[in-house]
Design a protein around this ligand. Structure first.
Ligand code: GGG
Length: 356
């Protein structure tokens, strides 16, 4: 046991569906890693989500953001459940947290882990190891717009995309900075042939920002062929920077080529650290398996490891990552998404037991 224990206040937002199953699994592993590496946690749970909506008519209290603003980090499960329209649940909880806390980077590592089979023929771990840097505060995710002539033949809807210079530059420069710590290559996702205003602007800023990083190599593809390259040549990617919508779609595809969306972690990062960052698996609430104890907790546990890294505890984070790799590499414990029968709790216990 380390002598100088660091303590972190962490807000838990398990959310909906399988969220309340995978979050306790991650807490268990984080507690165990914390004991080994001199880290302790003061957890506080916020029972927000679709069940809260059923009782209160909203996804979180009016002052919900203020309630979590002072925490060191937030660990979130999943958001969305039948009974509440998806845009209501997302815009009532996840998106306000990301925006009000200026978590403008959504960092999504894509890595083929030991013992995991990719659906891509002939590919191995050396071919699938890259980072998606998704813009997280603006872009195509927007509530600006409206409907006119509702219910008539003339009905139409309009929705605006928002691409600010500040927003585009900061996400692209984050990607370049990250590439400098990795293999020195950034790929930009665009669609400037069809989306004729915002995407040429994204490309223009990418060219400007690339000049600030002459040591970093670049590539740029339209999103359609870029998606095809994820399948056909995943080895060409190191850091992929994308707008909010493109980054979201690419990260589910990336998680799928890395074997299971149940394994993929994510961090909603406020790089300036004025506000807590929030960590959540890429997967959603999976209502079809909610309550059965079958969900794979690795995405949530790995998100917890990203949280530890962000909080300045890289050894504890690396120990969790190594434990995950050990368990998956041995192949004895596998949840249903990986072709096995292990429960959420069994997988969490296996990772805890594998901590060095
Ligand atoms: N754990 C993440 C989660 O619940 N995601 C639900 C979802 O659909 N998110 C949309 C997004 O990340 O943009």
């Amino acid at each position: 046991m380390a002598t100088n224990v660091r303590n972190f206040r962490v807000a838990l937002v398990p959310g909906d569906g399988i969220g309340p199953e995978v979050v306790p699994a991650a807490v268990r592993v984080l507690e165990a890693a914390g004991k080994r590496f001199g880290v302790s946690f003061a957890w506080q749970e916020f029972p927000w989500g679709c069940a809260y909506h059923a009782r209160h008519g909203r996804m979180m209290p009016e002052d919900g953001i203020a309630m979590v603003r002072g925490f060191d980090a937030i660990l979130l499960g999943a958001v969305g459940y039948p009974g509440v329209p998806d845009h209501v649940s997302l815009w009532g909880l996840l998106i306000p947290l990301r925006r009000e806390l200026r978590q403008y980077v959504n960092l999504r590592p894509i890595k083929l882990l030991p013992g995991i089979r990719t659906p891509l023929a002939g590919r191995t771990a050396k071919d699938i190891d890259f980072m998606i840097v998704r813009e997280n505060n603006e872009g195509e995710y927007s509530s600006i717009g409206g409907r006119a002539y509702a219910g008539t033949d003339d009905e139409f809807v309009i929705q605006e995309s928002i691409f600010t210079r500040k927003g585009v530059d900061r996400i692209q420069r984050y990607a370049f900075d990250l590439a400098r710590k990795r293999r020195g290559h950034v790929t930009s996702a665009t669609k400037s042939n069809g989306i004729a205003v915002t995407m040429p602007y994204w490309d223009e800023r990418f060219a400007v920002n690339a000049k600030l990083y002459p040591d970093v190599k670049t590539a740029q593809y339209h999103i359609d062929i870029l998606a095809a390259h994820f399948v056909q040549k995943p080895d060409i990617f190191d850091v992929v920077v994308a707008s909010n919508l493109f980054g979201d779609i690419l990260s589910d595809l990336g998680a799928a080529i890395a074997g299971s969306i149940g394994l993929a972690p994510a961090g909603n990062i406020n790089p300036e650290r004025e506000f807590p960052s929030m960590f959540e698996p890429v997967h959603g609430s999976a209502p079809d398996i909610a309550g059965l104890g079958l969900a794979n907790p690795i995405g949530e546990i790995a998100s917890g490891a990203m949280m530890l890294d962000h909080l300045g505890c890289p050894e504890a984070a690396a120990a969790i990552a190594a434990a995950i790799e050990r368990v998956l590499g041995e192949g004895h414990c596998r949840t249903r998404d990986l072709g096995g029968t292990a429960t959420t709790a069994e997988m969490a216990r296996a990772v805890e037991g594998a901590l060095a």
